[in-house]
Structure formats: C-alpha cells, structure tokens
Design a protein around this ligand. Structure first.
Ligand SMILES: [Fe+2]
Length: 247
C-alpha cells in the first residue's frame, strides 16, 4: 500500500446530497477508509443529474463544510476539495458557467458521466461541447459504457479530442468482473486513462479500494505509471484550480 499520499477524484462522501454518505457519521467513516487506503487528497463528487439528483449548489456547499470538518478530525494531512459528477445534459456549459454545478475543485476539469447505453455520437457531441467552452472533460468510469467498452478506437478518438478518462479502482482490481478488468488493463497499456477514482458511496458494498488499486497498478505497470495516475494527474487538476483562483 502506498505511503506517499494518493488522490481520489471520484467519490460520494458529502452527507445527504446524493446516494452517497447519508450523514456525518458515515462521511467520517468513509474518509477514514480513504485515509487507511493511503489517500491524502480527495475531490468529492456528488451527483448532479436532472430528475434524479438536483441538490442545489448552496446546499452542497453547506454540507461540504461537514466533510472539511470530518477530514480535519482524521488528520491534518488529509485535503478535501469540492467537485461534481455531472451527468451529461444539453445545458452543461451554461450550468458550469453560472456556478450551478461545480467543476473539479474550481479547475477547468469537469467529471462528466453518461448512461451505460449512451450512443457514441451523443458522448462525442457533449465532450465537444465542454471542450469548445473551455472545459477539460474527464469521462467518468469510461469502462462502464457500451459505446466505449466495445470500441477502443472511440476511446482513442475522445483522447485525441482532448478528453481525459477516469476508471474506477474496483474495475482495475477485478471487482466488476474479468472483462472489465481486462479492458482497464488495455486502457492503461495504451495510455488512454488519466485518473482513478474509488466511486465509493458507503461503508458496506461501495467502498474505497484506492490503495489496493494503486498496489495493483504499481505491480503490473510499475511505480512511475502508478504515480502518474494516482498522484501526478490529480495534482494537475489542483494546479489548474490554483491558477484560476489566483487570476
Ligand atoms: Fe460516481
């Protein structure tokens, strides 16, 4: 397990705003779990999805204060930032611009989620909409969609366009089945993935296995590559956020 301090860029730890942590106690347990996995930086990403998760940003920010408080109680070396897992819709750029939905830690990066059955043409068009409005899309759990899982060329095309890809820790280590594990290996082999997230929701069945995933990648792909995915790329988000803040 890493002792260097890895990052989680996709998780549902903010209490009472989506289908993740339900209260402060669970938030704290999830943060402790992340900490025990070697995570020292977390971008929390509550869902925003029309007709399903529409918690107002003001409420999310209020609840995020509780995440900050719980993190401080766990360790002064645990940093938390606010992001969002933004289910793609036709109003994405406007909603981001107006601040109704958070980017990743205030950076230009946006964690964009699609439906499992979303068509390639829709994914391509929404990614293009984000890019052309100055955002840096990160496709959430790219291993989950039919359009990407069945066609590595399409993932390559998204990469060429300028999108980043995120895969889940559980998918890397085989908790989602062998074919998904193999697909993740391929993405890593061809350098078609930039981020790993736990996508943890609770302390029972959707937990954080970030440290296990780091160890696996370290073993199979080498330490340099593991650090690139789990440390260096997440730090790029935070650097981008810092630049935007200072301007
Ligand atoms: Fe998620």
């Amino acid at each position: 397990m890493s002792r260097k301090g890895i990052y989680d860029v996709h998780c549902h730890i903010v209490p009472g705003v989506d289908d993740g942590a339900s209260n402060y106690e669970e938030t704290k347990k999830l943060l402790q779990m992340e900490y025990d996995q070697g995570v020292r930086g977390i971008i929390v990403t509550p869902h925003f999805r029309f007709r399903m998760f529409e918690t107002p940003i003001e409420r999310i920010k209020e609840q995020f204060v509780l995440v900050q408080r719980a993190a401080a109680e766990i360790g002064n070396d645990l940093e938390v930032y606010l992001g969002c897992e933004f289910h793609a819709n036709m109003e994405m750029p406007d909603m981001l611009r107006s601040g109704k939905v958070s980017t990743m830690a205030g950076s230009r990066y946006v964690l964009a989620e699609f439906s499992e059955s979303s068509e390639a043409s829709y994914i391509r068009e929404r990614i293009y909409a984000l890019l052309s409005n100055g955002y840096k899309p990160i496709v959430a759990h790219i291993e989950r969609y039919e359009a990407t899982r069945s066609d590595l060329n399409f993932v390559e095309e998204l990469d060429d366009m300028g999108a980043c890809m995120q895969i889940n820790a559980d998918s890397i280590i085989g908790k989602e089945g062998f074919s998904i594990k193999r697909f993740c290996r391929k993405l890593m082999k061809y350098d078609l993935v930039q981020f790993v997230g736990s996508d943890c929701h609770n302390t029972s069945d959707r937990i954080s296995r970030m440290g296990e995933a780091y160890s696996y990648v370290n073993k199979k792909m080498g330490e340099e590559y593991a650090d690139y995915l789990f440390i260096e790329n997440p730090q790029k988000i935070l650097k981008d956020a810092k630049r935007r803040k200072e301007r």
